[in-house]
Design a protein around this ligand. Structure first.
Ligand SMILES: Nc1ncnc2c1ncn2[C@@H]1O[C@H](COP(=O)(O)OP(=O)(O)OP(=O)(O)O)[C@@H](O)[C@H]1O
Length: 336
């Protein structure tokens, strides 16, 4: 039998698993499954199910996980799972297991994405060998840097989704106060995430009720998909405003990260939400908020911004790393 690997992208909402067979140095997917993360008590149950559909034990497993990885262990930020590489290795008798942050994996995918996987919001003036950043709102907010040096590209995992929300106008200051009462610390993830979109809708709904701008019959909104449906299908004014403010805050935050790393190589917007609100990102204040950095406006106009519309970028990055692991295992066996 040919050797095979398993890669996974594990988030607070969904878990994507893929098994890949290596044949003559080429990869061929032999199984792919999507799991609802919240329907499982722990990751062992998911892996158990996935392995049952495969003809043996994989040589390599590489998992991209939404949480801070330390010593090859991670407690997911928005799910009660704890995942340890050593535990998986022992429990499932898998020779090599690696875990990494999910946005670290998205960063690895950047080099292998095709043009069709990207929609450009700002062409800018990309400079080769410059720093790049990937960020994305989904269940949470993930961020990773790609830094170029003499030995090629280094990917740096971060927890920059948990840095403070920096309001830029009076409405956003009121939003900070509103969320502060609810959460205490208002990280940017409290807004730029699925739950954040819902909270932003409720904040604007209350504001509009106070001002007497809306009637008594209000839609009930418990999830982010309802906000986008109300905006796109019914042109609901509060839902439309929600997406516009979300987009502005997203652009300002992406601009902050671009400045922090002086990302002349480009900014890549990933995560599950961006492709679903793409036309809002293209039309509304995303790019102007990105550029709105005072004396650095002209510099901000030179930084390329792309949206990653391939919703399997994290899986692709994990597959890339797993295939490298498999090749190095094969080279060790053949003494190369
Ligand atoms: N149509 C939609 N419009 C806006 N948001 C949506 C829509 N559908 C789903 N979402 C939100 O997207 C989020 C899931 O994003 P994603 O697909 O990136 O999941 P994930 O990879 O499990 O998340 P993470 O990696 O951040 O833990 C959920 O919060 C969900 O409410």
């Amino acid at each position: 039998m040919n050797s095979y690997l398993i890669c996974g992208d594990i988030g607070g909402t969904k878990t994507l698993m893929r098994a890949v067979v290596m044949k003559d140095h080429a990869c061929e997917t032999c199984l792919e499954r999507r799991y609802d993360s919240q329907a499982y008590d722990d990751f062992d149950d998911v892996l158990n199910d996935f392995l049952q559909h495969l003809p043996g034990v994989p040589e390599v497993v590489c998992l991209a996980i939404a949480g801070p990885v330390t010593a090859q262990q991670v407690a997911l930020t928005n799910l009660s799972w704890h995942i340890s590489a050593q535990h998986i290795q022992q429990q499932f008798s898998i020779p090599a297991v690696r875990i990494m942050n999910d946005f670290e994996a998205v960063a690895y995918s950047i080099e292998i994405l095709s043009n069709d996987d990207l929609v450009t919001l700002q062409t800018g003036n990309p400079r080769p060998n410059s720093t790049r950043v990937v960020l994305g709102a989904g269940t949470g907010m993930g961020v990773a840097w790609l830094i170029n040096g003499v030995n090629g590209t280094t990917v740096l995992a971060t927890e920059a989704g948990h840095i403070d929300f920096a309001p830029t106008n009076t409405l956003q200051i009121a939003l900070l106060d509103y969320l502060g009462i609810r959460y205490g610390h208002v990280s940017i993830e409290r807004i730029l995430s699925g739950q954040g979109l819902v909270d932003l809708f409720h904040f604007l709904q209350e504001d509009s009720l106070k001002l007497g701008r809306t009637g008594n019959k209000q839609p009930v909104v418990n999830d982010a998909a309802t906000v986008t449906r109300l905006a796109f299908e019914q042109q609901h004014p509060v839902a439309m405003q929600t997406l516009e403010h979300f987009s502005e805050i997203y652009g300002a935050y992406a601009g902050n990260l671009a400045l922090a790393g002086l990302c002349h190589g480009g900014v890549y917007i990933a995560g599950g939400i961006a492709p679903r609100i793409l036309r809002i990102l293209q039309q509304s204040g995303f790019t102007s908020a990105f550029q709105n950095k005072g004396r650095f406006r002209t510099l901000m106009q030179t930084i390329p911004i792309h949206v990653i519309v391939n919703n399997k970028a994290g899986l692709l990055g994990a597959e890339y790393v797993a295939s490298q692991m498999l090749s190095s295992t094969a080279n060790t066996h053949t003494g190369q």
